[in-house]
Design a protein around this ligand. Structure first.
Ligand code: UDP
Ligand code: MG
Length: 151
């Protein structure tokens, strides 16, 4: 007897990314809107958890930004309320979610994207831009291990 595998399970383009609904998105009640857009695009939610981030977790998550002028304000912002951490799976989902999220600066992000439709940036040092999305498959794997150690 041969074992049948579905095309999906053998498709090398299926990958995972970490999405965070940041504290500004949670305060504004936009978690459902973010999840709706992810699901409407055709991606699968693999795990969801409400997290209160610690300085240690954020130092690992934002390792590339430690020491920059916006780092401490970013940490303060990311600890200002709960975060919804979401593991998302799909074909080319890392770049696909970055496309859904839009540019980092919400003022400049294209309309139609999460940040372009829902976020603005203004004077303060830290950009409150609703969501985080991993920037490469390797970052996705690294970040998912931090936020979902049991996954
Ligand atoms: N950020 C900021 N000021 C900057 C650059 C980044 O406040 O000049 C914040 C912003 O919230 C951003 C996060 O730091 O989402 C991580 O920065 P990155 O350049 O990795 O942007 P992203 O990958 O989130 O688009
Ligand atoms: Mg980034």
């Amino acid at each position: 007897m041969t074992t049948q595998t579905t095309p999906e399970t053998t498709d090398p383009t299926v990958e995972r990314t970490l999405v965070l609904v940041k504290p500004d998105g949670m305060r504004r009640g936009l978690a459902g809107e973010v999840l709706r857009r992810i699901e409407a695009k055709g991606y699968t939610l693999v795990a969801v958890e409400l997290v209160h981030a610690t300085p240690e977790l954020l130092a690992q998550h934002y390792a590339e930004h430690v020491g920059k002028d916006f780092y401490q304000p970013l940490v303060d912002f990311m600890m200002s309320g709960p975060i919804l951490a979401v593991a998302v799976e799909g074909q080319r989902v890392v770049e696909g979610f970055r496309s859904l999220a839009g540019a980092t600066d919400g003022t400049l992000a294209a309309p139609g994207t999460i940040r372009g439709d829902l976020a603005r940036s203004w004077g303060s040092k830290v950009m409150q831009n609703i969501v985080h999305g991993s920037d490469a498959p390797e970052s996705g794997a690294r970040e998912l291990a931090l936020w979902f150690p049991a996954l």
